[in-house]
Design a protein around this ligand. Structure first.
Ligand SMILES: CCCCCCC[C@@H](O)CC(=O)SCCNC(=O)CCNC(=O)[C@H](O)C(C)(C)COP(=O)(O)OP(=O)(O)OC[C@H]1O[C@@H](n2cnc3c(N)ncnc32)[C@H](O)[C@@H]1OP(=O)(O)O
Length: 330
């Protein structure tokens, strides 16, 4: 018996073959992205960040922040999430998680070929969770640059299981994904950005062995969207209200970009190529203009982090970043 085309149909979603896509970017996109996640926002001559927006010290290419790789995954979805069998209200979609593996330093401009597949689909009753895997190859050399696993939390789309057992499909072993446990002790380092332009910038407070970074977001969602996520949830007040928010919220990937940029600055001493893999779960929305505070703990070559909104004292993101090694100056 064929299923009704207007129904949520997990079998159709699971058997869908995603087309290959291409994604092309230039140095201008790389610099615009870095500005969208707050690089140099508080200090236009920050030696650790100028290289992400400018050919600092005569460098030949602008360097690429590791979370730039996440853009390839959003750009790889044909027509958004218009998959056969997937029925959901786009106004209720939230970004749930992002996982990125980096295999090579990201070039400052490239033409990429993306292969896309379903990584997971889960029925959580009140929501459906959809996971999409994107592998990005340099089109010229054929080299695999990175892999993204992007998780969408589709509020109101759950309850589609055909048996009493909740539907759950994954193309990767769940036990290989470490869950994040925030350590009980104090974070590792303290770094605080200046709060007002009139203050001296980039003041370091080394308090015991703690470092904390504070960043200030202003109209970032409007700037960040120019990197390719035009979801009106981040710009349209009416749309945001229907989605359940008092005003447009920040892109999850912008918050992740802030947090990982803080880690690159504080732990990697500005070297983006020390980052091997990134994992983050979005726990709560962020309003543009709120202050982000990223706390970091170092456990071997793993940085465990959590990001809080200072004004509401709420954790909005947590995860880990695995490194290839540690900076010798740490
Ligand atoms: C293909 C992908 C395309 C992606 C496109 C992205 C486009 C972007 O423009 C969209 C955005 O950027 S939206 C902004 C960023 N995201 C957010 O602000 C979401 C913040 N998180 C929340 O609000 C809640 O955690 C919330 C609402 C997500 C969950 O909270 P609750 O409803 O309270 O859930 P809870 O009862 O705690 O858990 C139910 C089950 O769901 C699992 N879960 C919870 N949070 C999750 C999350 N963030 N990601 C993945 N899974 C999550 C829980 O584990 C639980 O399952 P189980 O019962 O099996 O443990």
């Amino acid at each position: 018996m064929s299923s009704d085309a207007s129904e949520f149909d997990p079998d159709r979603i699971e058997s869908y073959k995603f087309p290959e896509t291409t994604y092309t970017y230039s140095e201008r996109d790389v610099a615009l992205y870095a500005l969208g996640i707050g690089a140099c926002a508080r200090d236009a001559v920050d030696v650790d960040q100028l290289k992400f927006v400018y050919h600092d010290k005569g460098q030949k290419f602008i360097q690429v922040l590791p979370t730039f790789a996440a853009l390839f995954s959003l750009g790889s979805l044909p027509g958004g999430l218009g998959l056969p069998g997937l029925k959901y209200d786009p106004r209720l979609l939230l970004h749930g998680q992002q996982y990125i593996e980096l295999y090579k330093p990201l070039p400052s401009n490239a033409c990429l070929k993306n292969t896309v597949s379903l990584a997971g689909l889960h029925d959580k009753g009140k929501a459906a969770i959809l996971e999409i895997e994107t592998k990005s190859y340099d089109k010229d050399s054929g080299a695999l640059l990175c892999m993204n696993r992007t998780t969408a939390f589709l509020r109101g789309a759950g309850g589609f299981s055909k048996s009493s057992h909740p539907y759950s499909y994954s193309n990767y072993p769940k036990d290989k994904v470490p869950s994040v446990k925030i350590p009980k002790g104090q974070p590792f380092v303290v770094f605080e950005d200046c709060t007002q332009p009139s203050q001296a910038c980039s003041i370091y407070f080394i308090i015991a062995r703690m470092k904390v970074i504070v960043s200030y977001l202003l109209v970032l969602a409007l700037l960040y969207r120019l990197s390719g996520d035009y979801n009106p949830l981040h710009s349209d007040p009416t749309f945001a209200k229907v989605a359940g928010f008092t005003r447009p919220i920040l892109h999850g990937l912008c918050t992740l970009g802030f947090s990982v940029r803080a880690i690159v600055k504080c732990i990697c001493r500005g070297d983006p190529n020390l980052v091997k893999c990134i994992s983050g779960r979005f726990l709560l929305h962020v309003y543009p203009g709120e202050t982000l505070l990223t706390e970091m703990w170092l456990e071997g070559l793993r940085v465990i982090y959590q990001t809080k909104v200072k004004e509401r004292s709420r954790t909005v993101l947590s995860g880990y970043v695995d490194l290839h090694g540690l900076s010798s100056s740490l």
